[in-house]
Design a protein around this ligand. Structure first.
Ligand code: PLP
Length: 395
């Protein structure tokens, strides 16, 4: 089938919840993908930060297919070796705690929400159901996570959200302090906001937030669904801020694109989930865990993380350098290889132009061009992408 045939077929039978580009991708390798029509693209969308080691990363694929031919999945009524081994490996990369496995970012946040409420009730002996989240946040689309996600555009038509969720400006500690009541059980934060246009908070703010939560006995939840697994130049972004969140949620790149999610909690908090309190049929399948275990070895290697930091710095310098010749660029920001270029105008036109020139990038929050290349991207690939953009901007 060619691009058009695939697109027409999909449009006939799939509910259109996405604004898709008219490109049908059939193959991927490293930082490149190919369409059914045979056109090659440099992919700096990268499955929306889910393929951190690039497309068709052989070691992960081999581990998954080997495990698939032995035992792809079984129910969580039994134990499996890949799940046990991966849980150990993951926890050892964080700090003392335990994990719950699920399949996606929104599910990981649902688990965090339930655990925070249950733990607080047990600990304080009364229902503490209020959660503080931030303006501009994105935590997922199921009803619990959606209640944490900020913005009417995500909620319109879906009726009442969870009661007790308060949104305060990102980076505003006084607003957090003001929003806290004796019923507050948690604060949830993206350590770098992704969907609202790549916003990096100050170290001071995050550290003060952690201290405030600890002094008020409120749980601090880090949503590392997008920032996790090396994206910001550290295995998890909490390391940049030198804080230890009580709960960490993750998904996307955990198994380099194979669907999987996880929630980590400190030991005392994890105890509030007991048999029957929470579950996920497909959570932590042996195949996903076998892939994730191999992915983790590379994602946590200093060599890869150094590439993220140096390529990230290089991209920010070059993009900032384009500003003088391209005044349409307002602001360049990011951490590691999570980079946003805020434009003075909506950027969807530019995304289309980039695609025509062989570069896939994404426009988020209307006017921010977002770059999420694979973490092993080369300098030559970065140069090629930025040359395409520079040419289109006349820079
Ligand atoms: C920070 C953050 N949390 C949660 C989610 C939801 O993840 P999923 O789409 O896997 O449910 C996303 C997705 O973009 C995200 O960026």
């Amino acid at each position: 089938m060619n691009d058009k045939e695939i697109i027409d077929l999909a449009n006939t039978y799939i509910i259109p919840t996405y604004n898709r580009h008219r490109i049908a991708i059939v193959k991927g390798k490293g930082a490149s993908v190919w369409s059914a029509d045979g056109k090659k693209y440099l992919d700096f969308v990268n499955g929306l930060a889910a393929n951190n080691l690039g497309h068709s990363y052989a070691p992960v694929n081999k581990a998954i297919s080997k495990q698939m031919s032995r035992l792809g999945r079984t129910s969580n009524l039994y134990y499996t070796e890949p799940q046990a081994l991966y849980a150990k490996a993951l926890v050892e990369k964080i700090y003392k705690g335990k994990v719950f496995f699920c399949n996606s970012g929104t599910e990981a946040n649902e688990a965090a929400l339930k655990l925070a409420r249950r733990y607080s009730m047990e600990k304080k002996g009364k229902a503490c159901r209020e959660i503080i989240a931030f303006e501009g946040s994105f935590h997922g689309r199921t009803m619990g996570s959606l209640s944490l996600t900020h913005g009417e555009k995500y909620r319109e038509g879906f009726g009442s959200m969870l009661p007790g969720v308060k949104h305060v400006p990102y980076g505003d500690l006084k607003a957090v302090e003001k929003a806290i009541t004796e019923k507050t059980c948690a604060v949830i934060i993206e350590p770098v906001q992704g969907e609202s246009g790549v916003h990096v908070p100050t170290i001071t703010f995050v550290q003060k937030l952690a201290r405030l939560c600890s002094s008020k006995k409120i749980l601090l939840i880090f949503d590392e669904v997008q920032t996790g697994f090396g994206r910001t130049g550290a295995l998890f972004a909490f390391r940049h801020f030198k804080v230890k969140p009580d709960i960490i949620t993750m998904a996307k790149a955990i198994a380099n694109g194979y669907p999987m999610g996880a929630m980590f909690a400190k030991p005392e908090i994890a105890k509030s989930f007991t048999p029957g309190t929470h579950a996920a049929t497909f959570g932590g399948s042996p195949a996903a865990c076998a892939g994730a275990l191999v992915a983790l070895q590379t994602l946590s290697s200093e060599e890869l993380l150094e590439n993220v930091r140096s390529m990230g710095r290089y991209m920010i310098i070059r993009l900032t350098g384009m500003k003088s010749a391209a005044p349409v660029i307002n602001h360049v920001r990011g951490l590691g290889l999570m980079i946003g270029v805020e434009m003075a105008v909506p950027c969807s036109y530019l995304v289309e132009k980039c695609a025509k020139s062989g570069l896939l990038v994404n426009c988020t929050n209307k006017n921010t061009l977002r770059f999420l290349p694979p973490l092993n991207v080369t300098r030559a690939e970065v140069d090629k992408a930025l040359n395409i953009l520079g040419k289109l901007l006349g820079a």
